[in-house]
Design a protein around this ligand. Structure first.
Ligand code: ITT
Length: 197
């Protein structure tokens, strides 16, 4: 049974497919593409909004998962946080957001500062709703290096490394990321729900 992923973000979809061995299908393959309004006040709420929206459209034969995530900088009072996808304004591209955050660091007159990624994964099925979380800590720098990963990865150096996630291989990110940590917690729940279907 396929898991339906309630995301329109290609970077997330690629990572979920790698981590779930292609068991995942994007909601747009079943329903076409459309925007889901994310008006929650937390990663968990937004993850639930996305998974519920797709579950309600598909019906109760499906198991739907979603990911709401973002990067937080303590020096910016944890911004952009849940607003990471819209940091440079509505409709901003990953690059617009990345360079806006680089500019924000430069404005502070520093070259690097601690930061962390958060991922909330919601799972919605007829047997209930679940939300799990994962984090990855490190530093952000005042330049973009490398083109691997997506989003803010070219400016993020995970703790214990000297290179950005834009420079490190995908399997390094897969071993330590906020998303893989949350997915490790989600997998036993998904298995349990599949066994009931
Ligand atoms: P969906 O809501 O359709 O899943 P989205 O891109 O709007 O896609 P979010 O609202 O969760 O997703 O925003 C997450 C933003 O945080 C995303 O646009 C990235 O810029 C950033 N982000 C999250 N995880 C990331 C990661 O692993 N690497 C780099 N940037 C990441």
């Amino acid at each position: 049974m396929k898991l339906v992923l309630a995301t329109g973000n290609r970077g997330k979809l690629r990572e979920f497919k790698q981590m779930c061995k292609d068991e995942v299908v994007a909601f747009s393959d079943l329903l076409g593409e459309f925007e889901i309004v994310e008006d929650g006040d937390s990663f968990s709420e937004n993850a639930l909004i996305k998974a519920r929206t797709i579950y309600e459209k598909l019906g109760d034969k499906y198991l739907v998962i979603s990911d709401d995530s973002g990067i937080s900088l303590p020096i910016l009072n944890n911004a952009p946080g849940i607003y990471s996808a819209r940091y440079a304004g509505d409709g901003a591209s990953d690059k617009d957001n990345l360079y806006k955050l680089i500019d924000a660091i430069k404005e502070k007159g520093i070259n690097s500062t601690p930061a962390y990624y958060t991922a909330s994964i919601a799972i919605v099925s007829k047997y209930g709703e679940y939300v799990v979380h994962g984090w990855m800590h490190g530093d952000v720098i005042d330049e973009a290096r490398g083109d691997k990963g997506f989003g803010y990865d070219p400016m993020f150096i995970p703790s214990g490394f000297d290179n950005t996630l834009g420079e490190l291989d995908d399997d390094v990110k897969r071993a330590i990321s906020h998303r893989s940590k949350a997915l490790d917690l989600a997998k036993p729940i998904i298995e349990m729900l599949k066994s009931k279907q």
